[in-house]
Design a protein around this ligand. Sequence first.
Ligand SMILES: [Fe+2]
Ligand SMILES: [Fe+2]
Length: 340
Amino acid sequence: MMMRRGVTKAVRSVLGHAGSRGFSTGAVATEQATARIFRANSGRVSEAWIRFPVIGVRNFSTVTLDAKTEKKAETGSVGGAAGGGRDKEIVSYWGVSPAKVTKEDGGEWRWSCFRPWETYKSNLSIDLKKHHAPVTFLDKVAYWTVKSLRYPTDLFFQRRYGCRAMMLETVAAVPGMVGGMLLHCKSLRQFEHSGGWIKVLLEEAENERMHLMTFMEVAKPRWYERALVFTVQGVFFNAYFMAYVISPKLAHRVVGYLEEEAIHSYTEFLKELDKGNIENVPAPAIAIDYWQLPQDATLRDVVMVVRADEAHHRDVNHFASDIHYQGHELKKAPAPLGYH
Ligand SMILES: [Fe+2]
Ligand SMILES: [Fe+2]
């Protein structure tokens, strides 16, 4: 420990006296350097160019720069969700900065976690009743696994559908990422194309995560719910990973049935909203922008589009499982990119 401190001290001393020639980067080459400051104010990200003297920068080397930058980054995040409140500044010396994004009407785009071209109008005409009848042994395993998971879920959440949606979306966003990651590794390992399926599965994961970002605006997780998510994620991630390695057709079938259950849950959610048991509050701003909803959209509109998303995930995953059942690999069938 003492030795390490001694070495660090010596390195700092050398860095401090060595001047800029040996240690500074090309980006810090003149007396006046230009840096970008990203200001995150109430979730809105703006950027400005500033000029400042670099005497200190030249002598302290990039090690010091990184430490300073990291310290700033630690104290604040330039996240996507509106909120936060404190002004935070992040200095970038690397020329890496997001281009200024505006909405179609020229107004400021307030989200950094997704961009206008990633938004869409949900296809609400999708058939919500479609169901894959379990015939084979593996189908029945998938079906009854999902059905048996429903009972403890119903018991835990009862009719708290807002909380239920938020919690279940933390699980729903896992399979796409795991499947996409495994297909990605397979593509690398076997020197072959993926047929677009990596992207499709990662799109699904991202879409599910946006469901979560939306519902957490409506239902705030309590500490024990966060603890539950932590535990469930640890178990579910590993279980799904193993299932996908052993049998992708089973894994996709399980997700297909999970999505069928999700459609059912959101239908119940809508019934509770219509009965007035759950207040039909205004839609969160993030949902209005992501699904291109009208400005006066409500929670009911959000549940409608989320349910339509789940129906699309159902189709994609049952389709993926069917491809495997027919003795093919996913790459043989054109991936349903942008299907939502
Ligand atoms: Fe979802
Ligand atoms: Fe889903």
